[in-house]
Structure formats: structure tokens, C-alpha cells
Design a protein around this ligand. Structure first.
Ligand code: NAD
Length: 260
């Protein structure tokens, strides 16, 4: 379905981004992996994608927390793969603290990666998509792009920003074969959330699995984690012809979190 297309998935060395890269590859897209981690482990992931899906996969280690890094990722991907047809803005970080105690450098880092990088990669990728008359920009926002929680000021601000930015990109490119949407997951059990489960276990003096259940019970009525594979399915759907007219919207996979 996606053969001949190239997808850049930011933050795809782990968690949701990795599952989306694998899901798009399974549909025939060539893949640009990006993110931090152990070089040998990343090389294994890259080779597995090539072998399992018979596509080309490369790894670009750009740090997206700077404008140059984010824009460079797209220009290098275009140079090495010929085009960037699908851009999945997924890389993200978290920090929790009350507003008055939130460290300024954590605020700046979260806004830079979770919001500004989405602007920079999109700005760099759009001209070639417009020239080609086809493109997909898929931004991994969050339930926190729609509603708030305490102690997550930077994350909630950035994710609300991503939802708004997705709408603007959608409007500016409506009718040009390019869609832009945001996926809003609830809790997904990745390294990013594992840290929060560990913190909760410590605070409540419970074991990890009891803390995981407590985390779900607070927000997610299904009491089940969303899986990275389910999010990959949503990303693949956004690349189909059925989603041609779906733009500027949010796809919420959150076990009912934002329904109440
Ligand atoms: P993760 O920690 O497993 O993965 C984050 C990825 O981003 C990794 O590949 C990491 O190397 C990369 N990364 C970090 N800093 C980077 C930088 N400066 N430049 C480039 N890459 C960088 O996290 P995850 O849970 O898979 O999160 C992926 C996205 O999904 C994030 O945007 C997150 O906010 C969002 N999200 C996660 C959940 C959840 O419950 N896990 C829920 C809603 C939204």
C-alpha cells in the first residue's frame, strides 16, 4: 500500500515511534529511524525492519531539540532517500512538577522537542510534499493535547500546541493532497510512562503492577493500556486513501479518558 513512499518517524528508537515505523514498513514504506539509544541496538532495529518488510531503512541521529537539528533531519532524509512523503512527529519527553517548581530548563527542553520540533520538521518537509501533491503529517500529541493534568504544565502546553499547529498545517494545505492530523493516545506502557509508574509506586509505597493499575484507574476508564501497535494501526490508516479527506482533526485512542 505504501511502497515507493518514505516515512520519517522521529523518536523511533523506542516505544510508540518504533511501532509506527514497523507498522508503516509492513505496508511497504521505506523508513528513516531517528532518536537516541545504543548504536548497536539501533542497528539491530534498522536491519530487522529491512529484513522483515523488504524495505530500505536508514537511521539519522539528529537531535531535534534545536531548530537546526530538526530541519537537518528532513534535508538529510530527502538527500539519502529521495523524498519524505510521510512525516510522523513522535519524539517527546516528560517532566512533572508544579508550575512554581518547574525547572526552567525542563520547560524549555519540553517545548523545544514536543512542540517546536514539530514546526521545524513540518516546515522543512512541506515544500517537497506540495511540489509532489501528496503528503501525510501525523503528529503524536496526547490526551494531554485535549485535557490537562496537574504537574504537567510544559507537556500539556506543548501537546495542546501540537493539536493547534496540526490544524493550521491542515488548513494551509487543504486540497493539495496533503493531510495533517494529531493522534491523541492515553496511557501507553513505554519507557516514558514506566518512569511515572515507578514514581507512583515509590510515592504510594506499592509494587510496580499495583502502581500501574492505580495510574490507569485515575484516568483511563478501560483500565487497559493502549498498545504501540494500536497506534501504528491508526497511523497506517491516516496514510490510506480512505483518510484523504481527514485533515486537521484528532484521533483519540485513550480508553475513554477524554470522554468524561
Ligand atoms: P519513549 O521515551 O519510549 O520514546 C521517545 C523517543 O524520543 C525515543 O526514541 C527517544 O530517543 C526520542 N528522543 C528523545 N529526545 C530526543 C531528541 N532530542 N531528539 C530526537 N529524538 C529524541 O516515549 P513514548 O511513550 O514512545 O512517546 C512517544 C510520543 O508519544 C511522545 O511524543 C509522547 O509525548 C507521546 N505520548 C506517549 C504516551 C504514553 O503513554 N507513553 C501517551 C500520549 C502521548
Amino acid at each position: 500500500m505504501l511502497s515507493g513512499r518514505t516515512a520519517v518517524v522521529t523518536g523511533s528508537t523506542s516505544g510508540i515511534g518504533l511501532a509506527i515505523a514497523q507498522g508503516l514498513a509492513a505496508q511497504g514504506a521505506n523508513i528513516v529511524l531517528n532518536g537516541f539509544g545504543d548504536k548497536a541496538e539501533i542497528e539491530k532495529l534498522r536491519i530487522n525492519i529491512e529484513l522483515q518488510s523488504d524495505v530500505k531503512a536508514i537511521y539519522l541521529p539528529a537531535d531535534l531539540s534545536t531548530a537546526e537539528g530538526a530541519r537537518e533531519l528532513i534535508s538529510q532524509a530527502q538527500e539519502q532517500m529521495g523524498s519524505v512523503d510521510i512525516l510522523v512527529n513522535n519524539a517527546g519527553i516528560q517532566h512533572t512538577d508544579s508550575v512554581e517548581e518547574f525547572p526552567v530548563e525542563r520547560w524549555d527542553a519540553i517545548i523545544a522537542l514536543n512542540l517546536s520540533a514539530v514546526f521545524h520538521t513540518s516546515a522543512a518537509a512541506l515544500p517537497a510534499m506540495q511540489a509532489k501533491g501528496w503528503g501525510r503529517i501525523i503528529n503524536i500529541a496526547s490526551a494531554h493535547g485535549l485535557v490537562a493534568s496537574v504537574h504537567k504544565s510544559a507537556y500539556v502546553a506543548a501537546k495542546h500546541g501540537v493539536v493547534g499547529l496540526s490544524k493550521v498545517i491542515a488548513l494551509e494545505n487543504a486540497g493539495k493532497g496533503i493531510t495533517c492530523n494529531a493522534i491523541c493516545p492515553g496511557w501507553v506502557r513505554t519507557p516514558l510512562v514506566e518512569k511515572q509508574i515507578e514514581a507512583l509506586a515509590k510515592a504510594n509505597q506499592t509494587d510496580i503492577e499495583t502502581a500501574a493499575k492505580a495510574l490507569l484507574a485515575e484516568k483511563q476508564p478501560s483500565l487497559q493500556f493502549v498498545t504501540p501497535e494500536q497506534l501504528a494501526g491508526a497511523a497506517v490508516f491516516l496514510c490510506t486513501d480512505s483518510a484523504d479527506q481527514m485533515t486537521g482533526t484528532t484521533l483519540t485512542l485513550d480508553g475513554g479518558w477524554t470522554a468524561r
